[in-house]
Design a protein around this ligand. Structure first.
Ligand code: C5P
Length: 243
């Protein structure tokens, strides 16, 4: 058996070199962390659920013409993805106030926002991923004007898609985070949705009861996280089987 080359290990995922040039294997761990890894636990089966759910969302996005890094799921915990040049930003889209925007601006959780609000956070664990302005992004060269336009466009399309899918299964998409990377094609670059889309990176509330079906269950000790994620998967018809 040959050892695989680990390219990167994050809090919830590992990237290995892929079978062909320009590919990675993205492995989903069971580790859950919150508050910049101050709170941590291992949640049996979380990686399997997130691998399946992220596959489901990325395939859906690819189908409607929103480019992603996703190629195919390989097994219960792994997917084949394209190597991208990650932009060091987290792009957050909010439809309903919750979490940090509620704290920062004193808006009661659950308040419908006047329109979707897009925010950028600089990816830096040591700094706790601070909120940054478009001017910071341009001045420090993390992205260009064109990139910003493209990122806002991608974020809005992901929001439309995810909101629609979730509404269809009785879930409100409160907010979510995506990460975006560059793929170079000759003289051109294309921005694609990368990393993952899962209940780890979204806030999902049951439309009738308001029950939280996302990582806030872990962050706020509200119950069993894998039961919450399993409920999302069940409603979407994405039950992790044995393949
Ligand atoms: O904490 P905050 O309210 O800013 O989070 C907004 C959204 O972004 C939430 O859905 C949260 O799960 C997600 N997020 C994330 N990774 C981070 C920060 C936030 O997935 N590092």
């Amino acid at each position: 058996m040959a050892r695989r080359t680990k390219v990167y290990e994050g809090k919830a995922k590992i990237l290995y070199e892929g079978p062909e040039p320009g590919t990675y294997i993205q492995y989903f761990k069971d580790d859950a962390t919150a508050f910049n890894a101050e709170k941590r636990d291992v949640i049996d089966g979380k990686g399997v659920l997130n691998n399946r759910l992220s596959e489901y969302f990325m395939v859906g996005l690819n189908t409607i013409g929103v480019p992603t890094h996703f190629i195919r799921r390989v097994n219960m915990r792994e997917q084949l993805v394209r190597v991208v040049d990650m932009i060091p930003l987290e792009v957050v889209v909010r439809n309903i106030a919750a979490g940090s925007i509620s704290k920062r601006l004193g808006i009661e959780e659950g308040t419908q926002l006047p329109r979707p609000i897009i925010e950028f956070y600089y990816k830096d664990d040591a700094l706790g991923d601070p909120l940054v302005s478009e001017d910071h992004i341009l001045a420090f060269g993390w992205a260009t004007h064109q990139d910003l336009d493209d990122m806002v466009g991608l974020a809005a399309r992901v929001n439309d898609f995810l909101s629609g899918v979730m509404t269809g299964v009785g879930i409100k998409l409160v907010d979510f985070k995506i990460e975006i990377g560059r793929i170079y094609e000759g003289d051109f670059q294309r921005l694609v949705v990368a990393d993952e889309i899962s209940p780890d990176s979204c806030r999902l509330w049951d439309a009738k009861t308001g029950q939280k079906l996302d990582k806030d269950v872990f962050r706020r000790d509200l119950g069993n996280l894998s039961e919450a994620y399993t409920e999302v998967a069940r409603r979407l018809g994405v039950m992790p089987g044995n393949s």
